[in-house]
Write a protein that binds this ligand. Structure first.
Ligand code: GLV
Length: 334
């Protein structure tokens, strides 16, 4: 029987591609060309599976062009690039890569928060420019992180991992806002307290965004929200672009309505709002929160595990729409 064909839409570790090639006819993309819409549709011709990343948009139109596509394995925990309902309606299984990136992403979120609070990149740029010529009592003085109030918007796995770092490592008081409250057994060791969004904005010294992007979270932080934050506060986003209104944030940073921000994700990335690029009090990184070598390997391998299991008729480890599996098991009489 012919082996299923799969597309690995972006460059990934050669070992992962080699592993997939033991199971499938693989079309890889070692040159890491980013396919535009027409190219992606073209490259998916005849493919039963695809290993995708946040840069590939999978929607109804694309699915309708490819009724043979059965599995989309996204190498990311976020999946706002994929129309999950459209996939489910067409029996296409979608998987993501949760858990393996939680601690690494939390490390980076915490690092960004520290960098914003203590003006790390701003002061390094100053030194490298040759402008440093003396000690001064107020040279790049920032805000403390230890013992401060850490606010988390989106208290999922990554939010909780950031809260652990803050509470247990830095003595921070943790408040959070989430659609649902955590189990008290999870709150207790962190001393974490659920608050409404208005209180979170008002009380946080350092606010970290870790919620998934969805139409409901579009511009969850805009001018109105920024206006209610402390003027000494920092804002860190390791979630998705579009959760923050970048133009409004740039205006707030310029006017010092908040002290500083740190962003790993942007509206319309890899484009970055030009007003942010011109500001000293924002740390900007290119969507690398999960980018430790070990974690990126684990993400690629988990995406491959999902493809291999799903196309081999097994149960993939991390399905997003497992009802599709149940349906196909029923259809095959399994
Ligand atoms: C990265 O942004 C991810 O969603 O894994």
């Amino acid at each position: 029987m012919a082996r299923p064909a799969v597309l690995v839409a972006r460059a990934v570790f050669p070992e992962t591609v080699q592993r997939l090639a033991r199971h499938f006819e693989v079309e890889a993309n070692p040159a890491d060309r980013i396919y535009d819409r027409a190219e992606l549709i073209e490259h998916l011709r005849g493919k039963a599976g695809a290993l995708t990343t946040a840069s590939e948009r999978i929607d109804a139109e694309l699915l309708d062009a490819h009724p043979q596509l059965r599995v989309v394995a996204n190498m990311a925990v976020g999946y706002n690039n994929i129309d999950l309902a459209a996939c489910s309606a067409r029996g296409v299984l979608v998987t993501n890569t949760p858990d393996v990136l939680t601690e690494t992403t939390a490390d980076f979120g915490f690092a960004l928060m520290l960098a914003a609070a203590r003006r790390l990149s701003e002061s390094e740029r100053f030194l490298r420019s040759g402008a440093w010529n003396r000690w001064a009592y107020d040279l790049f003085s920032g805000t403390d992180v230890h013992d401060a109030t850490l606010g988390i918007l989106g208290m999922g796995r990554i939010g909780q991992a950031i809260a652990r770092r803050g509470a247990l490592g830095f003595g921070m008081k943790v408040i959070y806002h989430n659609r649902s409250r955590l189990d008290p057994a999870l709150e207790a060791p962190l001393g974490a307290r659920w608050v409404d969004k208005a209180a979170l904005l008002r009380e946080s010294d350092h606010l970290v965004l870790v919620l998934p992007y969805a139409p409901a979270s579009h511009h969850a932080i805009g001018a109105a929200e920024l206006a209610t934050m402390k003027p000494t506060a920092t804002l860190t986003n390791v979630a998705r672009g579009g959760i923050v209104d970048d133009a409004a944030l740039a205006a707030a940073l310029r006017a010092r309505r908040i002290a500083a921000a740190a962003l790993d994700v942007f509206e319309g990335e890899p484009q970055v709002h030009p007003a942010l690029l011109g500001l000293a009090n924002v740390v900007l990184t290119p969507h690398i929160a999960s980018a430790s070598v070990a974690t990126r390997r684990a993400m690629a391998e988990l995406a491959a595990d999902n493809l291999i299991a799903a196309l081999g008729g097994g149960r993939p480890p991390t399905p997003l729409n497992p009802e599709v599996l149940a349906r196909s098991a029923r259809a095959s009489g399994a």
